[in-house]
Design a protein around this ligand. Structure first.
Ligand code: C2E
Ligand code: MG
Ligand code: MG
Length: 592
């Protein structure tokens, strides 16, 4: 588009000209209640003259800064918007942006009377108006802003915090101002439906909002998928291009495509957080409080400690608070108990028995690093254990079996959230999703899939190729799910659960079974494929012929009115699987 420059007089800036000619105008973007699908309010966004370089707010504010007219622009925008809105008698509330600095300046200059006059002279009721505080990060005096907000609120005008979470916003401000409304920055909304971390952040903001008594607006909703997730999360209000673009006239109704999404009875499949799929911090690391010796201690002193503390497997050697070595009890006491040892070596330094490269573990070690210790060449930690530190300072000792135990426990806990092999959601998210379906009393189909003759395959070709088979199942099942509607979880081993909301679930299952059975054959060696299976030992160690691996899926149609517990649904699906396997069937639908 060809942009026309603003025609200014000599010495006049373009913004000054715009303010003088009063050529600012607003556009309105709807804010929608996600539960009832109604237009709740409109946010007014200021615009400069069309087809000029100063059409967008960004350009206007840049020019205002250059011409030192920032406050004047903000005040003119507010006044223009109120005039325009007041002349329309449109239903719903009006959200207007104002920076914290301008709000404070207006209040300090003229008190609240000015705002009340500005509003009521234009036929707008104070209760209709919500001031969105922008650029709150620049608040120089929080207490002053807090008193201004209290005074403004007493006139009936409501307050909102804009763009919360854009990196500069402060939780303290939220807590101090207790705004009626907080608008979540669109960064957290964009692709929320596929990014588990964003979902968790929005859920955390919901908790904070309930503490401070604020309602949330999700900004920047651009897709049906993100809108579904927000609706299911129970976010009160939404705004974004998918619900309606900013336009010169306020719109009384929500866009048709958005209405369709908001009216759907199905629940959205929430994304899983990437964090649980990878490693996390160790959940608990047992620490033994144990005495220490300094690096210049003699062998007699070390022996005294070992004799006094009979359960001590090792002793940490410190320089100040910093561990520098470890003495193994068994090897030390072996030497010490030899004839004449005490007489000859008793007063000599213990350095001769000290391992100067001890295993040191920071208390909040990452689990991967601990696994590194377990699998390293140097296995001395099994006998002498390791030293636990906090910020490099000695805390206590740990033993090899304590380490193995806490790594295993952390791994098992993580696998309940996401399977480490397939990264699919594990038992906890599976149960949570079933509960969401039941809570909404929906009709859905719960399927339990299990591989046939997988164990002989795993025994025959080894666990590495066994893992390939499991991953194949995950991949094929994923391909036949509608990621927005159908939830795929990995219970463990070769057991999977699919919770279908797709109407064509039967066709999807049949295709899944056919595709898996075909691809699974490809994972066998050529001669096994030719023979149709392998010769392997059964559970009793007796050699037998096993056909190539296939999948059985047991399905059960669930009426959400009839159940309240996820466990009941999982059990029914497991029974259906049992029937499918017993009947040698690919897909079996069990009457509920
Ligand atoms: P804001 O208050 O956060 O306004 C939302 C901005 O996001 C608007 O840009 C809007 O057009 C845009 N937007 C809305 N839905 C979507 C979406 O789905 N996706 C994307 N990518 N963007 C979306 P706009 O109109 O350019 O305004 C930019 C900023 O300028 C506003 O951010 C606000 O901080 C400021 N502003 C606008 N009008 C006024 C005003 O009258 N007074 C003051 N003080 N500031 C204003
Ligand atoms: Mg805004
Ligand atoms: Mg905003």
């Amino acid at each position: 588009m060809n942009l026309q420059p603003i025609p200014c007089a000599a010495g006049q800036g373009p913004l000054e000209k715009i303010l003088q000619d009063k050529t600012l105008f607003p556009v309105y973007q709807p804010i929608v209640t996600l539960e009832k699908s109604l237009v709740y309010a409109h946010e007014a966004l200021i615009r400069g003259p069309r087809a000029t370089p100063l059409h967008t707010p960004d350009a206007l504010f840049r020019a205002a800064d250059a011409e030192h007219l920032r406050f004047e622009l903000e005040h003119a925008a507010l006044s223009t918007i109120l005039t325009n809105w007041g002349a329309r008698s449109a239903p719903g509330r009006l959200f207007v942006n104002i920076s914290a600095t301008a709000l404070l300046r207006m209040f300090q200059r003229w008190g609240t009377e000015h705002l009340v006059r500005l509003v009521s002279q234009r036929g707008v009721r104070p209760r209709e108006l919500v001031l969105e505080i922008t650029e709150h990060e620049r608040v120089p005096d929080m207490d002053a802003l807090s008193s201004a907000v209290t005074a403004i609120r007493s006139t009936g005008v409501s307050l909102a915090l804009d763009d919360f979470g854009d990196g500069r916003s402060s939780l303290r401000l939220w807590s101090q101002l207790k705004p009626e409304i907080v608008k979540i920055d669109r960064y957290f909304i964009h692709e929320l439906s596929s990014q588990g971390d964003k979902l968790k952040t929005v859920q955390a903001l919901q908790q904070i909002a309930s503490i401070f008594g604020s309602a949330l607006v999700a900004e920047g909703i651009e897709t049906a998928a993100d809108l579904r997730v927000l609706r299911d999360l129970g976010i009160a209000y939404g705004q974004g291009y998918f619900l309606g673009y900013p336009e010169p006239d306020p719109k009384p109704l929500v866009d048709r495509a958005a209405l369709r999404v908001l009216g759907e009875s199905q629940v959205a499949v929430f994304p899983e957080s990437s964090r649980v799929a990878s490693s996390g911090l160790i959940s608990s690391l047992d620490i033994t409080q144990a005495p220490t010796v300094s690096s210049d201690a003699c062998n007699d002193a070390v022996a005294r400690i070992f004799l006094e503390h009979t359960a001590l497997h090792a002793l940490a050697v410190l320089e100040g608070h910093k561990p520098v070595g470890i003495i193994n009890r068994a090897s030390f006491m072996n030497a010490y108990s030899r004839l004449y040892y005490r007489e000859v070596w008793g007063r000599k330094s213990c350095a001769m028995h000290t391992n100067l490269a001890p295993r040191i573990v920071e208390r909040d070690h990452n689990i991967d690093e601990l696994v590194g210790i377990l699998t390293s060449q140097d296995q001395r930690y099994l006998t002498e254990g390791f030293i636990v530190t906090e910020n490099g300072r000695y805390l206590g000792l740990g033993t090899g079996d304590q380490l193995v135990r806490s790594v295993t426990e952390t791994r098992i806990e993580a696998a309940r959230h996401a399977n480490p092999l397939t990264f699919l959601p594990g038992n906890i998210p599976i149960s949570q999703h079933i509960e969401r379906l039941l809570k909404k009393q929906l009709q859905f189909v719960a399927c339990y899939a299990d591989l046939n003759h997988f164990k002989p395959y795993n025994d025959y070709y080894g666990y590495w190729r066994g893992d390939e088979m499991i991953r194949l199942m995950a991949r094929v099942a994923m391909e036949h799910c509608d990621t927005q509607r159908d939830f795929l979880g990995h219970v463990g081993g070769d057991d999977f659960i699919v919770l279908f909301q797709s109407q064509d679930w039967r066709l999807r299952c049949e295709r899944l079974v056919a595709q898996f059975n075909h691809c699974a054959r490809e994972l066998f060696d050529e001669n096994a494929r030719a023979a149709g299976g392998i010769q392997a030992e059964d559970r009793h160690g007796v050699p037998r012929f096993f056909p190539c691996t296939t999948v059985s899926v047991g399905a059960v149609a669930i009426d959400g009115h009839l159940y309240t517990k996820a466990e009941e649904v999982a059990n029914l699906a497991a029974l259906a699987k049992h029937d499918a396997k017993a009947g040698g069937l690919g897909l079996f639908l069990r009457p509920a």
